[in-house]
Design a protein around this ligand. Sequence first.
Ligand code: QAP
Ligand code: CO
Length: 171
Amino acid sequence: MTTLTILEFPDPRLRTVAEPVEVVDDEVRQQISDMFETMYAAPGIGLAATQVNIHRRIIVIDLSEEQNEPLVLINPEFEVLDNELHRYQEGCLSVPGFYEDVKRPQQIRVKSLDRDGNPFEFIADGLLAVCVQHEIDHLNGRLFVDHISSLKRDRIKQKLDKIHKAQAQHA
Ligand code: QAP
Ligand code: CO
């Protein structure tokens, strides 16, 4: 198992639109294992392949306290079931240390492939609905900071630029 490097905003590679997975093979399953290790180590509750510079449509999620409820989504799609918007204070492993309110539809139907390549679907609401939409945004090159004001986004960018410059100095 390997811990992967997480790209951080405003890295332009986070803007890449990921390609669908054609065949769910052992290479894909290895990437999924590495993504779980990376997410659990962080720790985080959701990670899209884009964030670790793998531009394929793969997401790992685990909302449990004990890190024992792994959910894998490959080529996921969703449909909005309840147009009512729900506000949630989101964070992101690619925007460390910053949290802002984002509004999204509160109930969705998710269609996906599992880690064996078999299709499955489920209805998500609450935190899971937030997480799935946040992660699918990543696969489309979007970040939660795209849903907030440009003023707030630019402030976050400036602060992270500063941190990244200091980190480069000490490297
Ligand atoms: C996405 O986020 C998400 O700033 C997953 O310093 C966000 O795992 C889904 C994290 C909100 C649902 C609701 C963030 C860790 C983890 C940080 C994460 C940090 C360390 C974020
Ligand atoms: Co994120």
